[in-house]
Each structure stands twice: as C-alpha cells, then as structure tokens.
Design a binder for this molecule. Structure first.
Ligand code: SF4
Length: 305
C-alpha cells in the first residue's frame, strides 16, 4: 500500500509541475489527500487561495460547490474536481427556483447564502458567507429590514444568536453534522474533565450549547495550535482529526462521533486526483451569466472575511 501510494504521489507531483497545477484540499478530505496538498484549509481559506493563485490548473479536493466557487473566482483557470459525484447534500436542499419563490414572498429580505450552495443559488443571493465569517457578514447588514439565511438552518440559528438579528432560516442542514449528539459530548466531557470541546456551527443548537468554542475548521486548527488545552474534544467531520494530530503531536484529539463522516468528501483519493490530472478530466465551469451574478455575492464574502 505504501509503495503504491508513493508511486501515485510521484506521478501526481510530476504532472502537477508539468501542468502548473495547485492542489487545494479541504480539512475533511482523506489523510492521504491532505498529505499531497499545496494548501489545506476551510472553505473561506480555500476560496482566498484560489482567488490569488497563479497556477493554470486548480485541483480541488473537496466537494462540487467548492470547485464551482474556485471557477467563479478564476474563470480563466482550469478547475478540476477529481470525482464529479462529490456533492454536498446540504447544498442540494435548495434550488434557485425555490429561492426565487421565497424572495417573492419576502421582497425586502437581504439573502445571505452559506457558501455550501450551488452557483445558481449564489447568483440569487446578495452576499455569501462561510462558517468562518458568517457572524461578521451579518453584523455588517445594519440596514437590512429582513434577512433570509440559506440553506443551513443551524448555522443561521447560531449566527442569529450571536448577532441578535432575527432571520428567516431555510430548513437545510448537514446530514453529517446532525450525527453529532449532545449526549456524546456530555459523556466525553465527563470522561475528560480537563478537555476543551470545540464544535462546528453546522451542529444542532443543543450541541453548540455544550461547547467551549464554536469554530469553523480553520478556526479549530488555530485553536488547537494556540490553546493550552492538551485534550480537545472535536465536534465536526472526522477528516480534520488527521491534520490536528499531525500538526499537534503532543496533544490529544477526541472526535465526538466516529459516525460524523461525510461520504462525498471521501470520494476523492490519490487515484482520482491522478486520473483527473492526467486527463484534465472533470472540469468544473460556471455559465458566464450565472458566474457574474454569483461572483458579486462571493466577492462581498471575501471583502467581509
Ligand atoms: S460535511 Fe456536510 S456541509 Fe460539508 S460537504 Fe459534507 S454534507 Fe456538505
């Protein structure tokens, strides 16, 4: 297995150089994929990196909306998603048509769209956000009479409690994060009384209520580095544990639930990365009209981030 991986990695590195490619990898990806990355990060960090890169090809190891966001920002670059089945079930819980209908019911509402959404939905939105900057983005909407937050009801609810802004929430959710249960956190806190519990804002409010910190995955990486806590209970998709352990060998990271696995994030492997690079296969592009409208919302997210 190790020999096979070494062979695959060698081929990927050589193709990457030949094609002037950069490999961007989300914190939830398999460890073997994280280890070949030029950059590993959360959605906001990856968008910022994509916006600035001078590479000709971006290999996006994440899910479809992330590759789309890279293409929205960099239309002249080739953006590859190594497996086209790597979608986000939460992003699929809203369509542009359903959002248009909701907007008709609430014509004055400012639409804040979590980046976990399709380009078409972003194009119908006023501003995008990630879990790292959602609170800051909503805080800036001082003139908004009404705010419609899509598609994650739990992130929306968290932002609403942090900002004191009442918002209309789309009833979407992340099927992976709802597997994180409050009783699991309570049990782990009892077993590890010195540990700090960090959770992602996609978790249910009952889980968030038990956390010491509510952070994006990028925030969790920084917290682990800077905190004096030696034991950290981690309430998010378990792919992040690989990076946390690798970067903080002296600390102990305890996942709240081994069930918190995003199956589509795990579709990307060394094999699919190599295959897409070899064949320039699985290119993600966004139609120009949609792209320009979506870009306006994404640009505001990057300005506000
Ligand atoms: S972890 Fe949840 S929000 Fe993230 S890609 Fe998977 S299903 Fe979507």
């Amino acid at each position: 297995m190790e020999n096979r991986n070494a062979e695959l990695i060698e081929k990927i590195i050589s193709l990457k150089q030949r094609e002037n490619a950069i490999i961007l990898v989300h914190n939830y990806q398999l460890g073997e994929v994280q280890d070949i990355a030029d950059f590993v990060g959360d959605s906001l960090e990856l968008s910022q990196k994509a916006a600035k890169t001078e590479a000709d090809v971006i290999v996006f190891c994440g899910v479809h909306f992330m590759a789309e966001t890279a293409s929205i920002l960099c239309p002249d670059k080739t953006v590859l998603l190594p497996d086209m089945h790597a979608g986000c079930p939460m992003a699929d819980m809203i369509t542009a048509k359903r959002l248009q209908e909701k907007k008709k019911e609430h014509p004055k509402a400012v639409v804040v769209c979590y980046v976990n959404s399709s380009a078409e939905v972003k194009a119908e939105s006023d501003v995008c956000c990630t879990s790292a900057n959602a609170v800051r983005i909503v805080e800036k909407l001082t003139d908004a009479e009404e705010i419609l937050f899509v598609p994650d009801q739990y992130l929306g609810n968290y932002v609403s409690t942090k900002t004191g802004r009442k918002m209309l929430l789309w009833p979407g959710f992340c099927p992976t994060h709802i597997r994180i249960q409050p009783h699991d956190i309570s049990r782990l806190k009892a077993e590890h009384p010195q540990a700090k519990a960090v959770v992602h804002p996609e978790c249910r409010p009952e889980v968030i209520a038990l956390a010491d910190e509510v952070l994006s995955t990028g925030g969790m990486i920084r917290f682990a580095r800077e905190s004096e806590a030696e034991e950290i209970i981690v309430g998010t998709e378990i792919g992040i544990i690989h990076r946390l352990r690798k970067e903080n060998p002296g600390k102990r990271f305890i996942p709240v639930s081994e069930q918190a696995v995003c199956p589509t994030m795990k579709l990307i492997t060394l094999e699919t990365v190599l295959w897409s690079l070899e064949n320039m296969a699985n290119q993600v592009r966004v139609q120009q009209r949609t792209r320009l409208r979506a870009k306006a919302a994404v640009d505001k997210m990057l300005e506000g981030g």
